[in-house]
Design a binder for this molecule. Structure first.
Ligand SMILES: Cc1ncc(C[n+]2csc(CCOP(=O)(O)OP(=O)(O)O)c2C)c(N)n1
Ligand SMILES: [Mg+2]
Length: 792
């Protein structure tokens, strides 16, 4: 029966037999990685000495992944495809490693893993072994841009990779458990942002093996027709492959994939050659095969194959349980290794000839090592966009609007290479970056109505109300060798905290893998900041993403808080050119005073922090160092300086601004850290530092705890007080206002001790007056609203 059905389909009997043998070889090598440290070809009876002491890894998803890899190999060869794989259930790492070994990529990248018995032994031994390789489709895995450790991001990465890569097909396996996650659920919508004329194709495969770690999956337990309708509702044309007879399924899968690729080719031809602008229904596959397919059917009397019990290591406790060792032996022999490898461990020649060659092998696809393809971004001279300072702080400007002009120029300069995109969750214009949209428009494949503005099928700005999609598309885009910029409301960037973690891990690990070339940095602009949520209030107030990123490795993360437009331009220029970092820029969008000329800004950004001489009168010997970091705190600090000049004539104040937060750390902690000698010059030991910080105050203590003056640092920042109120009242609520800062100075400078009581009184009166005025008038006092810096 199975022979009969298997004979019907695109695969000749010979090819079918070879593909099946190749799949068995991949399955054999996968099981071997999980279990064996010796006797790799089972040329002698299996004993406990051959088995690893700790059995780690995941079998359940692996045979399905191996099945797909063999299928894709055929498609690549027959159609000369440029295909990248993305594996959502990345815990199936042994399968992908096995396949890149079988196709030869693995040994080319890691020559010590030779294509012989000794190589197979090393391949097995290194897996999940101390200082070996991780169990997932990790950065170490050839052909991977997606570890799949944290589930949910496969499909969004696939789409990010496909953007502006018209010749690429990204085959993406989505776990049916993974499909329950929020990011994955929304990722299906990426098809409304993929242009068949100018972008590549994504081939989604929902791996419906029915189970997660310990439960069935939702999508496996709804009627099949409902699942198909769900996929249709997302705009796809679903195909289904179902069964458990390998020969039948190989044949059926080949037929279905042929149809799906014909569909993709037709969609692309219609868009590219026939001028079609319709939104296509891209094909996707629902693959309903057993979890742990071909593994032990029963263990200790309980069903394993086709159940959640197959998820990790189906047979464990081999030392205590000889029956399990016997079952392992039987399981591994069921793949008939003696038919697949000769006694030297060479893969049978006709099987070795099966996969594609050279760069067509998925393990060798250059898109998976994006740095290889990276074309440097053309960044026009940022000085051309400088804000002209005529009197410090005299004229307000929206810093991010000025940045938007630079980004627009970047977009224009890189139009031909098509390797730069800007991403944002519906906030590009709200964050005042609207100039970047001009000319290029926003990508949109769904319906466009006359009322819409700047939507276009060829837009290069990506806007969708999903921080997950923005982050994931950008990651996929960067990992395949392009450049990008992500702007987001400060409070809501936390939605992708975890994705940023994963990307930081990827960057950290790939830094130490010689064959991985550096990629462009992931650049964030956070605007709509905590201090200026005039109409949104408490829900929109959270500067904690800075703290979040601070936990990452120093060689991966950079954090900048430019206090004005010119420093923002200089910082952005630096970030856009940098490689292999996560750069965080925190800058306000509201009209705000402008402080530094472009030359001063460049010099300031180069050191990362420095004395603002024009605001200081310390003559080399300060009574106090007023330090500020962030645009609103900088304004409050300077306003405090003016109050103090009036209140306490003769007080020697040094003003320091911090633009690069990392400069505060010692050099031992971060490469941007100011050397202690320079730091001590700026912050003399024993002199109080009153520090106004944009974010949560304790971060400054964390950064400076090793500095000699740490006991002298007194920080004001956001302490989780917020509501819908005036800009200045936000500062008052969090005690970062100019009156508080001035009072802090008087309290901390020893020779002013006698004035503390009076100052306290003065502070209370000022705040009282402010509170009454704001409550009555709904806006800040005129002297606050109209405040201007004055140097005298
Ligand atoms: C976001 C996230 N939550 C939880 C886990 C822990 N986890 C690892 S595998 C797994 C089950 C995955 O099931 P599925 O996506 O169906 O993969 P497969 O059945 O192919 O193994 C879970 C919950 C994870 N890796 N990532
Ligand atoms: Mg599953």
């Amino acid at each position: 029966m199975s022979e009969d059905t298997a004979s019907k389909g695109p695969l000749s009997p010979d090819l079918l037999a070879k593909m099946d043998a190749y799949w068995r070889a991949a399955n054999y090598l996968s099981v071997g990685q999980i279990y064996l440290k010796d006797n790799p070809l089972l040329q002698r009876p299996l004993t406990l000495d051959d088995v690893k002491p700790r059995l780690l890894g995941h079998w359940g998803t692996t045979p399905g992944l191996n099945f797909l890899y063999v299928q894709w190999n055929r498609l690549i060869r027959e159609r000369n495809l440029n295909m990248l794989y993305i594996i959502g259930p990345g815990h199936g790492g042994p399968g992908i490693v096995a396949n890149s070994y079988l196709e030869g990529s693995y040994s080319e990248i890691y020559p010590h893993i030779e294509r012989n018995e000794d190589g197979i032994k090393r391949l097995f031994r290194q897996f999940s072994w101390p200082y070996g390789i991780p169990s997932h489709v990790a950065p170490e895995t050839p052909g991977s841009i997606h570890e799949g450790g944290e589930l949910g991001y496969s499909l969004v990465h696939a789409y990010g990779a496909a953007l502006d890569n018209p010749d690429l097909i990204v085959a993406c396996v989505v776990g049916d458990g993974e499909a329950e996650t929020g990011p994955l659920a929304t990722s299906w919508h990426s098809n409304k942002f993929l242009n068949p004329a100018t972008d590549g194709a994504v081939l989604p495969i929902l791996h419906l093996n029915g189970y997660k770690i310990a439960n069935p999956t939702v999508l496996a337990r709804i009627p099949h027709v409902e699942l198909e309708e769900l996929m249709r509702g997302y705009g796809y044309e679903p195909f289904t492959l179902e069964g458990d007879d390998p020969l039948v399924l190989h044949q059926q899968a080949a037929a279905i994939f042929d149809t799906m690729l014909d569909r993709i080719a037709a969609i692309q031809k219609a868009a590219r050659e026939e001028g079609s602008t319709a939104r296509p229904a891209w094909p996707m596959l629902i693959m309903r095969t057993p979890k742990g397919w071909t593994g032990p059917k029963f263990v200790d009397g309980k069903p394993v194959e086709g159940t959640w019990r197959a998820h990790q290591v189906p047979l464990d406790g081999l030392r205590e349980n000889p029956e399990h060792l016997r079952q392992l032996d039987e399981w591994m022999h069921s793949y008939k290794p003696e038919e697949l490898f000769n006694e030297k461990g060479h893969l049978r020649e006709d099987l070795a000839d099966l996969p594609p060659k050279g760069r067509l092998r998925m393990g060798m696809n250059p898109h998976a090592n994006g740095g290889l393809l990276l074309v440097p971004l053309k960044v026009p001279n940022f000085r051309d966009f400088a804000f002209k300072i005529e009197g410090r702080g005299r004229v307000d400007a929206e810093s991010t609007r000025i940045l938007g002009k630079l980004l627009h120029a970047v977009m224009e300069a890189n139009r031909d290479t098509k390797n730069f995109r800007v991403f944002g969750p519906d906030e590009t214009a709200s964050n005042r970056l609207q100039d970047v949209i001009v000319g290029t428009g926003k990508e949109w494949m769904a319906e466009i109505l006359p009322v819409d503005e700047n939507l276009s099928q060829t837009g290069r700005v990506m806007e969708v109300l999903s921080e997950h999609l923005c982050q994931g598309w950008l990651e996929g885009y960067l990992l395949t060798g392009r450049h990008g910029f992500f702007s987001c409301y400060e409070a809501f960037i936390h939605i992708i905290d975890s994705m940023a973690n994963q990307h930081a891990k990827w960057l950290k690990t790939t830094r130490e893998i010689p064959w991985r070339k550096p990629i462009a940095s992931l650049n964030y602009l956070l605007s709509s900041l905590v201090w200026r949520q005039d109409h949104n209030g408490f829900s929109h107030q959270d500067p904690g993403f800075i703290d979040h990123l601070m936990n990452k490795k120093a060689d991966v993360v950079r954090i900048y808080l430019p206090p004005d437009a010119n420093t923002l331009l200089s910082v952005a220029d630096h970030c856009l050119r940098s490689r292999h970092y996560i750069n965080l820029i925190v800058a306000g969008k509201q009209p705000a005073p402008q402080w530094l000329t472009i030359d001063e800004a460049v010099a300031h950004c180069t050191t990362g922090l420095g004395v603002w001489k024009w605001a200081s009168n310390d003559e080399g010997d300060p009574d106090v160092v007023i330090t500020c970091c962030g645009d609103v705190p900088t304004m409050e600090a300077l306003a405090a300086v003016m109050l103090l000049r009036a209140q306490v004539p003769g007080l020697r104040i040094r003003v320091v601004n911090v633009v690069d937060l990392m400069a505060l750390q010692p050099t031992s902690e971060h490469p941007h850290g100011l050397p202690d000698e320079e730091y001590d010059q700026i912050f003399p030991i024993g002199k109080p530092v009153v520090f106004a910080f944009h974010g949560y105050p304790w971060l400054i203590h964390r950064l400076t705890y090793r500095r000699h003056n740490h006991d002298d640092i007194h920080v004001r920042g956001y302490k989780e007080e917020g509501t819908t109120t005036t800009p200045f009242d936000m500062c008052v609520l969090n005690n970062i206002d100019r009156f508080q800062l001035a009072l802090d100075v008087i309290r901390r400078v020893p020779r002013l001790a006698s004035q503390t009581g009076a100052a306290q009184q003065w502070y209370s009166e000022a705040i009282q007056r402010h509170r009454l005025y704001v409550a009555e008038n709904g806006e800040d006092l005129p002297e606050i609203r109209n405040w201007r810096w004055s140097e005298s």
